[in-house]
Design a binder for this molecule. Sequence first.
Ligand code: AMP
Ligand code: TRP
Length: 344
Amino acid sequence: MSEQRPRVLSGVQPTGALHLGNWLGAIRNWVALQDSHDTFFCVVDLHAITVPHDPARLAEDTLTTAALYLACGIDPGRSTVFVQSHVAAHSELCWLLNCVTPLNWLERMIQFKEKARKQGADVSAGLLDYPVLMAADILLYDADRVPVGEDQKQHLELARDIAQQRINARFAPRGADGEPLALLKVPEPLILGEGARVMSLTDGRSKMSKSDPNEASRITLLDTPELIVRKIKRAKTDPVMGLELGNPERPEADNLLGLYALLSGLGRERAVQECAAMGWGAFKPLLAEVVVEALRPIQQRYAELRRDPATLNAVLEAGRERASAVAEGTLARVRQALGFLRAR
Ligand code: AMP
Ligand code: TRP
């Protein structure tokens, strides 16, 4: 049954706690896709080491991220949940793709340029190569759709170009009619509108990010209610009275009212009606309350999952097995198309 459903693959890096942007821009949409798609969700730990990382934290952060997937509503009965580094095919396909990907495609990537600028002198080859590993993640599973936030769109385009122009066009075996048979499935991005971009609490013009050194800029899914109240109280505002959406001069109002509309369940129109005449002082406690209430069930499920490591490990082991079976098949196809000698 699930064989005929379109396949979805996505992942988040296990770097620090997931925040509202990761949830609203990514994971919340994954949950909905489980009803209609064959879903694969991985914790992309190999991506997490493209910038300097702390080996004492990596395993723990990987478990935290996997537990948060489940706590947010990813159902291991319906989805394959796994850890990227547990399936060696990711690294191997990445290498094969590296050798056909033009260097200047990677040098153009906006995320690379931004991260490299922030990091200064010590930029790794892995950071440049990050999008090729991401392409391998996607292409290994013949994913039809890849749900990500808007910031990942360029990486998706790259994965499509590698699959189409660099692998299929050059290496796909020809059918009897001379037409190339598909070797890799060319994936479509799935960028879902609302919540696609949650902005920083301290600057409405930059996105909420795990890598912002200022923790007050983001609300993580595991922040306590007190911390959430405090962060929202201190969030940047403007001197204008009344909340509104869509005014480019007021990015903070747009971001916070947008969050309120989404998390209260009111929707944008009714949220605007309710808050149009409200000052920041009245609005912020309302927003804090809906954020706390929205995160409460996630935090409860998370705590239960972390109390039961055997269950979480069993989920990841079953995920590894299912993911490996699919990934090994694709990798074998590509190895053969590229002409490698088969091991006896
Ligand atoms: P990252 O935190 O970079 O590993 O991103 C994981 C997923 O969350 C990706 O699909 C991103 O597009 C999404 N994401 C990250 N930050 C935000 C944000 N501020 N707003 C919306 N989506 C985001
Ligand atoms: N680069 C993605 C991000 O930062 C994470 C990621 C890695 C990913 N591999 C992926 C997302 C494959 C979707 C599919 O958000």
